[in-house]
Design a protein around this ligand. Structure first.
Ligand SMILES: Nc1ncnc2c1ncn2[C@@H]1O[C@H](COP(=O)(O)OP(=O)(O)OP(=O)(O)O)[C@@H](O)[C@H]1O
Ligand SMILES: O=P(O)(O)OC[C@H]1O[C@H](OP(=O)(O)OP(=O)(O)O)[C@H](O)[C@@H]1O
Length: 308
């Protein structure tokens, strides 16, 4: 099939083609019932149940395609959006791909403060964010905190910022950098390379982004709602319990719900059943508190999908 001629009538949705965000994106699409068959080596896949075409692109390029082209939706990291410096709408945080962009130096070396790196060589895949960071640092060193950024941006940077596309952490050992600016999640890669973090430049998670001039607006809204539903379903559980009406005020403070809890009368006089969405990460603590305040028969159900 000539895929390209089938693209005109479809909403284009950009997804990372590999790397840290890939598998969670595929799972998210599955949860949103966006079905597709991806042929070997082809970076475009037509959805089989909706007029969408998925375009598989490097995470770093997705902000540009969404911000400037015909691609209406995309998934990438907030770090990539900030680095690209392109205007897109950040629709929702997807709750995965969380890590920090940090300044890393050799752990046995002389550097302990990022200001000591002014005038040195820094290697990174995030040259724009690193340049902004060191420009601000240099301005503060010269003029004190809160220095006029506009005046400073016209001055040449004393610190040298060099680009590499991957394996950034090898740069110090290989003699091309005094320090690196790289992403850190567990810190394992950094430690294995004999580095330590001395400053955080940016905190990031994966986000759903939309073009400011999207096509297929109704379909876009449908996809966004489905994706928000999958995210909410993963984040919340449904907590049901019974309690005497006299204790309702105090238990409802523990489970106020996303909007409001559902309260139904029980056959037994002065007892009610409460049903409420609770954040999954808080559920054990919530169950303990409910029990202490007089709730009984506390049951927790996972939510397989929802619309919020
Ligand atoms: N260790 C990590 N933990 C969580 N999220 C990460 C991690 N590393 C990167 N990310 C997120 O994933 C995005 C893509 O990074 P990744 O390193 O996977 O990119 P890539 O260069 O496209 O893939 P690869 O490294 O396989 O070549 C980053 O911009 C960041 O938002
Ligand atoms: O703190 P950690 O949990 O060890 O994760 C951090 C590593 O993950 C990312 O790289 P990735 O492995 O995706 O490959 P890359 O270096 O080729 O970008 C990042 O660039 C770090 O190197």
């Amino acid at each position: 099939m000539d895929i390209v001629s089938h693209l005109n009538d479809r909403l284009l949705f950009a997804v990372p083609k590999k790397g840290r965000l890939y598998q969670q994106c595929v799972d998210l699409l599955k949860g949103a019932d966006i079905k597709f068959n991806r042929s070997n080596r082809l970076d475009i896949a037509l959805c089989t149940n909706l007029p969408i075409a998925l375009v598989f692109l490097p995470a770093a390029d997705i902000p540009r395609f969404v911000g400037e082209g015909r691609v209406s939706l995309g998934i990438t990291g907030q770090d990539q959006v900030a680095e690209a410096g392109i205007s897109v709408d950040e629709v929702c945080n997807l709750g995965f791909g969380s890590c920090k962009l940090q300044v890393e130096v050799p752990d046995q070396g002389q550097f302990t403060d990022p200001r000591q790196l002014i005038g040195k060589s820094i290697v990174t895949s995030f040259t724009n964010l690193a340049t902004d960071y060191f420009r601000k640092l240099e301005a503060e060193e010269t003029n004190g905190v809160g220095a006029d950024e506009q005046t400073q941006s016209s001055k040449p940077l004393k610190t040298t910022i060099k680009y590499v596309g991957g394996s950034v952490e090898a740069s110090c050992a290989l003699g091309i950098a005094d320090a690196v600016v790289d992403l850190v999640e567990s810190g394992e890669t950094m430690r294995a390379a004999g580095l330590k973090a001395i400053a955080t430049i940016f905190e990031t998670s994966a986000v759903l982004i939309a073009s400011q001039h999207p096509t297929h607006k109704d379909l876009l809204e449908l996809i966004v709602n489905r994706i928000k539903g999958v995210i909410a379903a993963g984040k919340y559980v449904l907590c049901n319990y019974n309690c005497p009406r006299s204790k309702l005020d105090s238990v409802l403070k523990i489970t106020p719900g996303r909007r409001a809890p559902t309260i139904s009368p029980l056959e037994e006089d002065d007892w009610v059943a409460v049903s409420s969405m609770v954040e999954k990460k808080r559920i054990a603590e919530v169950m303990d508190q409910l029990r202490n305040k007089g709730a009984e028969d506390i049951l927790v159900f996972s939510i397989s999908n929802c619309r919020v």
